[in-house]
Ligand binder design. Structure first.
Ligand SMILES: Cc1cc2nc3c(=O)[nH]c(=O)nc-3n(C[C@H](O)[C@H](O)[C@H](O)COP(=O)(O)OP(=O)(O)OC[C@H]3O[C@@H](n4cnc5c(N)ncnc54)[C@H](O)[C@@H]3O)c2cc1C
Length: 427
């Protein structure tokens, strides 16, 4: 079969994926079934693309199922306040559609990710109030790795569907191709943003303060040459107003912080462009690893010293560590279980490393820095948020274990049933 140069026909934000020479692109599930006698590809592992923001949506000499063309519908039901979206919808498009109805969904820090954001947990600056994205799934439709169609609705769930329903929430990419998700939406409210560069003392102070934030507030930060913070505060209730005034009072001494009020969450643009946090440099390849851990509490001095050390050892200026806050609502037990098992987590730092593409030495340095920084941070954040799949890297197995812990064996059993041929990413 002719090898196609992916970059000619396949536009995705992730540069590693964009540069990969894939074997074939297909756009519909029936096309997939035609490849191998009415069945999924069999011994070949299939890449699924929704937002195309990760390196796993397209790989050398593998087939990619691109859901963006045929599974990109968004249908809002104003009576039920539920939105149904196709498996290839971007989070930015979802927010834009919901804005027309005065509603929001707790999406993450960028409009670029697709449904992979939801299926892998989905941590939003509003998660402390509204939970993770998976906590707001109302229904799912799709195909299992064995080619079987399925549809599950939370309200009409059958006993025999419970295991799959739970696994879809946090581990769907290993078992299924999701073609539609129904999501609970929330009334839109104004948002107070406080953002800017902070000095060392302010950085320590804001992390300590954030660990006592009420559910309507969350802190995001970025640590590289300088430290930048981005606080999101919803303004929905009278109590929120008091909480926000209290916060503004506590941080009024922070010299470089700016405040603004946005009409809705949809207007938030997280972190200024000059920080290049989400800029995917065309000449570079990159990897990201996401960690999870509990409160830093009285170890803040030890933590900030560690962050300085990680920063000093960066192999180049594109590399950084940034962090999202979760907790509050994400800590609560839900009616059904799921595969986001580290529910006691409060912080999700992610380590971003990047190198000049095709420069193997540069890549080695960058990946080594990522691994060394991860080892250092494990002391504070021992778990993994499996937002990116790294089955092409040596530490994939460790990441899987740290993401699913005691539930990994059950997940492997489910994979044997639902994806016995290993059509979907391996565990
Ligand atoms: C700029 C940026 C900001 C981010 N911010 C946040 C954040 O605030 N919070 C957070 O939690 N995460 C965040 N992430 C991480 C992101 O949500 C995950 O990496 C997510 O998996 C990306 O999904 P995607 O659809 O864009 O990626 P893709 O590369 O298209 O998909 C990644 C993998 O997910 C699986 N997948 C995707 N769609 C489906 C489907 N319909 N059915 C079955 N499997 C599927 C496939 O295995 C696929 O290969 C961010 C990522 C980026 C690039």
């Amino acid at each position: 079969m002719k090898v196609i140069n992916i970059s000619e026909i396949f536009e995705v934000p992730n540069i590693n994926a964009k540069d990969a020479d894939l074997k074939k692109i297909i756009y519909k599930i029936p096309d997939l079934m035609l490849i191998n006698n009415n069945y999924f590809p069999g011994s070949e592992y299939l890449c699924v693309c929704s937002g195309g923001t990760t390196s796993s949506c397209a790989k050398e000499n593998l087939i990619t199922l691109d859901l963006r063309k045929n599974y990109n519908y968004i249908k809002y039901n104003p009576q039920k306040k539920i939105v149904k979206i196709g498996g290839g919808v971007l989070m930015g498009s979802l927010l834009d559609e919901l804005e027309k109805h005065g509603r929001i969904f707790p999406t993450g820090l960028s409009s670029l990710p697709g449904v992979g954001f939801i299926l892998t947990g989905g941590i939003s600056p509003l998660s402390r109030r509204y939970g993770l994205a998976i906590d707001n799934i109302d229904s799912v439709k799709g195909y299992l790795g064995n080619g079987e169609y399925f549809a599950i609705s939370k309200k009409e769930i059958k006993k025999e569907e419970i295991d799959l329903w739970e696994a879809i929430k946090g581990a769907a990419p290993f078992l299924s191709i999701i073609t539609e998700i129904g999501l609970k939406t929330f009334e839109s409210s104004p948002i107070l943003i406080c953002e800017g560069f902070v000095d060392d003392n302010e950085f320590k102070e804001i992390i300590t303060l954030a660990e006592m934030f009420p559910p309507n507030q969350s802190l995001q930060w970025m640590h590289s040459e300088r430290k930048y913070i981005y606080i999101v505060c919803e303004l929905k209730t009278a109590k929120d107003k008091i909480h926000n005034e209290n916060l503004l009072n506590k941080i009024k001494g922070f010299k470089a912080l700016k405040h603004k009020i946005l009409k809705s969450f949809n207007q938030a643009i997280f972190f200024p462009k000059e920080l290049k946090l989400f800029e995917l440099n065309q000449t570079n390849h990159s990897e990201v690893i996401s960690l999870l851990g509990c409160s830093i509490e009285n170890r803040i001095y030890e933590f900030t010293k560690l962050m300085e050390d990680i920063n000093e050892n960066r192999p180049n200026k594109s590399c950084y560590v940034a962090c999202q806050q979760l907790g509050s609502s994400t800590n609560l037990k839900k009616n059904y279980e799921d595969y986001f098992i580290h529910r006691d987590s409060v912080w999700k730092p992610w380590i971003y490393t990047s190198w000049k593409k095709n420069d193997l030495k540069d890549k080695e340095l960058a990946i080594n820095w990522l691994i060394k920084s991860w080892i250092k941070l494990k002391n504070f954040f021992p778990h993994i948020h499996l937002a990116q799949l790294h089955n092409h890297l040596d530490f994939h197995r460790e990441e899987i274990e740290l993401a699913f812990g005691k539930k990994l064996n059950k997940l492997k059993l489910l994979k044997n049933i639902y994806d016995p041929m290993g059509n979907l990413p391996p565990l």
